[in-house]
Design a protein around this ligand. Structure first.
Ligand SMILES: Nc1ncnc2c1ncn2[C@@H]1O[C@H](COP(=O)(O)OP(=O)(O)O)[C@@H](O)[C@H]1O
Ligand SMILES: [Mg+2]
Length: 265
């Protein structure tokens, strides 16, 4: 059965779009899953911009009656439905669940990016089978993100974990225990801030395809592996090479394994 997964937070800039795109890319390219990625940020969509898609017809048209299959674009082995940044007509965003329902059998995963706007988040959470909260490791963002958790509880959409993104300075940030204690939700992935994310925006391509050995790419691959239950994709040749070059680097890689407290069920 298709899993419809949304990445949500009531805060902009935490990495929802990045994680939706990178997870979709890893599931499609490393684990060979059939993935549909939807831009559920209705008022300020930008998924198309991340991939240099010229969106002639979009999710907004589908919400206004155009057959959904006409709005699907392909990039990097992912099927993508962008939304329209300049759409003027009114749309019923609550139709989202209904219009994607008949596409579920065609995909292994439907991934929905979301808006930080509370009202726009409702139809996305309603359309999802499960959600992942996205937060940076500070109490301001975490407490705001918990508002999205409340909404998910109201909609009875299960929360499968928090992804902590943009870890920069652990000494001055909430640690895993503090985040889990505050939220009562397991942390399923921890992703460092990396300067080369800018390269992904510049090249309009997922970082996991441009730099597969970047720490972000590795962590998202690990998360995607846990998500789909496939053995983790690893670059054996590179590992051998690294082993002969730098034991210290391998040790740090092993330490990173501790980022994952539990597998995602
Ligand atoms: N782990 C990370 N390290 C560095 N930059 C990141 C990381 N995750 C996201 N970004 C950058 O932060 C910005 C906001 O990310 P985005 O995914 O658009 O957030 P949201 O969708 O929550 O508003 C983008 O420029 C993105 O490239
Ligand atoms: Mg976004």
């Amino acid at each position: 059965m298709t899993n419809t997964i949304a990445f949500v937070s009531i805060k902009g800039g935490v990495g929802k779009t990045t994680l939706a795109l990178e997870t979709a890319s890893c599931l499609a390219n490393y684990y060979k899953k059939k993935v549909l990625l939807i831009d559920g940020n209705f008022s300020a969509p930008n998924l198309g911009l991340h991939l240099n898609l010229t969106n002639e017809v979009t999710l907004h048209d589908a919400l206004n009656g155009l057959p959904l299959h006409n709005t699907i674009y392909e990039a990097h082995n992912i099927d993508i439905i962008p939304a329209d940044l300049h759409y003027r007509d009114p749309v019923d965003i609550f139709k989202l669940k209904k219009i994607i329902a008949k596409f579920k059998p065609r995909y292994d995963y439907i991934i929905i990016d979301s808006s930080p706007n509370f009202e726009e988040l409702k139809p996305v959470i309603a359309a999802a089978d499960k959600i992942f909260l996205v937060s940076s490791p500070d109490h301001v963002t975490l407490e705001t993100t918990m508002k999205a958790a409340e909404l998910a509880k109201q909609e009875r959409t299960p929360i499968h974990g928090i992804i902590v993104n943009k870890i920069r300075s652990p000494k001055h940030e909430l640690d895993l225990e503090q985040i889990e204690k505050t939220s009562d939700i397991p942390v399923v992935a921890r992703i460092k801030s990396h300067k080369n994310m800018a390269k992904s925006l510049y090249c309009q391509k997922p970082i996991s395809l441009i730099e597969p050995n970047n720490t972000i790419s590795k962590e998202i691959r690990k998360f995607s592996s846990a998500l789909c239950g496939e053995p983790e994709f690893r670059n054996r040749l590179l590992e051998k090479l690294l082993l002969s070059i730098s034991k210290e680097k391998i040790n740090r890689d092993m330490l990173r394994q501790n980022f994952y407290q539990k597998q995602i069920i």
